[in-house]
Write a protein that binds this ligand. Structure first.
Ligand SMILES: [Zn+2]
Ligand SMILES: [Zn+2]
Length: 148
């Protein structure tokens, strides 16, 4: 029987799908894939300055797991930077505790409970260009300009 993988809980989702290098033609065949839990650890540790213990608590995993994810993420970013490779953020063993939206018009961000109804309009600018980031990252929504 396959062992149930422990899912790493995410507080946020990225607002970009990845990066491509200036100067070089992006070669997506050589792109590096950064998993969503790797993005989350970099966000919590490098961006917010949290300790690995604090990140572990938020992600509901052990401290050594966070350290392992962190080291893998740093290695990938280092390779992308030095070798001039694009990277994509996708996949991973993750769960999200909320639905995250991003407005393609004004970049407004919104997080709602998973069972809340999808808002029709962006509360900040009133356009219909609110994108469900959970959809984008889970399966590639094919609806927003980012996923097409
Ligand atoms: Zn907006
Ligand atoms: Zn999308």
């Amino acid at each position: 029987m396959a062992r149930q993988k422990t899912l790493r809980e995410l507080q946020e989702l990225p607002i970009i799908k990845g990066f491509r290098p200036l100067w070089l033609r992006p070669r997506y065949g050589r792109a590096i894939t950064l998993h969503l839990e790797e993005y989350e650890v970099l966000r919590l540790v490098d961006y917010e300055g949290q300790t690995h213990e604090e990140a572990a608590e938020l992600m509901k995993v052990s401290r050594p797991t966070v350290t392992r994810i962190y080291e893998s993420a740093r290695k990938k970013l280092g390779a992308a930077l030095v070798e001039g490779r694009s990277f994509l953020i996708e996949g991973g063993d993750v769960s999200v505790s909320q639905t995250h939206y991003l407005c393609e018009e004004c970049q407004h961000r919104l997080s709602l409970p998973l069972d809340a109804e999808t808002p029709a309009l962006c509360p900040a600018c009133g356009t219909e260009r609110l994108v469900n980031l959970n959809d984008c990252f889970v399966r590639g929504c094919q609806r927003c300009s980012r996923c097409k």
